[in-house]
Design a protein around this ligand. Structure first.
Ligand code: NAD
Length: 377
């Protein structure tokens, strides 16, 4: 089977879907790999590194795509490139299928077997393919580094002859994969960290990292079967806002990571809460790409509200593109290895398999994923 890897074209995307070490492993298993010139430059891999691994480097993007049996990418495909793909090609990438209905329709019409990395289930078996987690973990780290860079206060406590510097107060809202890494990173830098999530199970995780869980009684909340947060009612959102108001006002840094899978993120930090913070403080909205948790945050911009910097940087994993590429590429390698039949030398995507059922969106001219097919019906 031939794997084609085009260069990412999304503005500012520095990650790559295939790193040379993994290309070498796939070639050893019997794949042929053709990649576009400059594939890994954004994450520090030269064309020569790929060539040494056995990859054929080609400048003709169209043929990288058109001749492939399997295509690997980070970002969703450009809709204009779909007509150039072979029917039956297996296309593996992030796809944003909840918000990209016409793209999904085009992939189905072109007979593409599209695997969406967002839809890999959060199960023990699928953990090694879980690109949402591998990227969110790095995003959680980057967000703290960004907050520290923009903060007028140092994170650790310092006792010096010139005086004592108190530890910076950091409040993390949303304790999923990114939130946990943000807490751990802020703690490592010496901050005093508090955190809140609507899922009660997170309280113990917060405490185990040495941070304080902010108790807010929202009544019945819970989580979905996959472990995702359920949307709060209007009343519960109001209770949350009230409960976190004081903590936000007393924090030097607020980091929001609250997401609802497949839906826009909830707005939980309002302008008046930001105005109650000390000038020089920082708010980082990690959910800015999916609607935003923070009133007034702007994608890829730093805005100021009452002297408080509100950071809306998108694509945080790309800021550590080398690690993010390594991890994402490992996720894809693990996915391929899981479904590769070494005798027939084919990827065998059994429709009965739970990972395939969850992650394959289009196949044989149809939208086969039930959740996506039934959206907006
Ligand atoms: P996510 O990115 O969907 O959301 C981030 C966090 O925001 C979640 O913890 C969510 O509860 C929280 N949130 C939502 N609304 C909120 C609000 N109003 N206020 C505060 N917080 C709010 O989450 P994720 O990082 O993708 O993780 C989702 C779940 O999947 C978690 O339970 C996680 O432990 C689980 N998970 C399991 C595995 C596995 O078993 N293999 C792997 C990764 C994640």
């Amino acid at each position: 089977m031939r794997i084609g890897v085009p260069k990412e074209t999304w503005p500012g995307e520095l990650r790559t879907a295939l790193v040379p070490a993994n290309a070498k492993k796939l070639i050893r298993s019997g794949f042929e790999i053709v990649a576009e010139t400059g594939l890994g430059l954004g994450s520090g891999f030269s064309d020569d590194a790929y060539t040494e691994a056995g990859v054929t480097i080609q400048s003709d993007r169209q043929s990288v795509l058109a001749d492939a049996d399997v295509i690997l990418r980070v970002r969703k495909p450009d809709v204009n490139e779909i007509s150039g793909l072979r029917r039956g090609v297996i296309h593996i990438s992030f796809l944003d299928p909840f918000n990209e209905r016409s793209l999904v329709d085009s992939l189905a019409a072109a007979g593409v077997t599209a695997i969406s990395m967002e839809m890999i289930p959060r199960s023990t078996r699928a953990q090694k393919m879980d690109a949402l987690s591998s990227q969110a973990n790095l995003a959680g780290y980057v967000t703290v580094i960004q907050a520290a860079y923009h903060s007028t206060k140092a994170f650790p406590m310092m006792m010096t002859p010139s005086g004592t510097i108190r530890p910076c107060r950091v409040f993390v809202i949303g304790v999923g994969v990114a939130g946990l890494q943000a807490i751990a990173t802020a703690k490592r830098l010496g901050a005093r960290v508090e955190a809140f999530d609507t899922r009660p199970v997170t309280a113990e995780q917060v405490r185990s990292l040495g941070a304080k869980f902010v108790e807010i009684d929202l009544g019945e909340v819970g989580q979905t079967e996959q472990g995702y947060a359920k949307a709060l009612t209007e009343e519960q959102i109001a209770l949350q806002k009230e409960g976190q108001k004081k903590v936000i006002a007393e924090s030097d840094v607020v980091i929001t990571t609250a997401q609802l899978f497949g839906r826009p993120a909830p707005v939980i930090v309002t302008r008046d809460m930001i105005e109650a913070m000390q000038p020089g403080s920082v708010v980082v909205d990690m959910a800015v790409e999916s609607g935003g948790n923070v009133e007034g945050s702007v994608l890829d911009a730093v805005t100021e509200i009452g002297g408080v910097k509100v950071i809306g940087q998108g694509n945080l994993p790309s800021k550590v593109s080398r690690n993010a590429s390594d991890m994402y590429s490992n996720n894809l390698l693990n996915l391929i290895e899981e479904f590769y039949d070494s005798e027939s030398k084919q990827l065998v995507l059994d429709p009965e398999d739970e990972i395939i059922q969850a992650a394959v969106i289009t196949r044989d001219g149809e939208i086969v994923n039930e959740t996506i097919r039934n959206l907006n019906k």
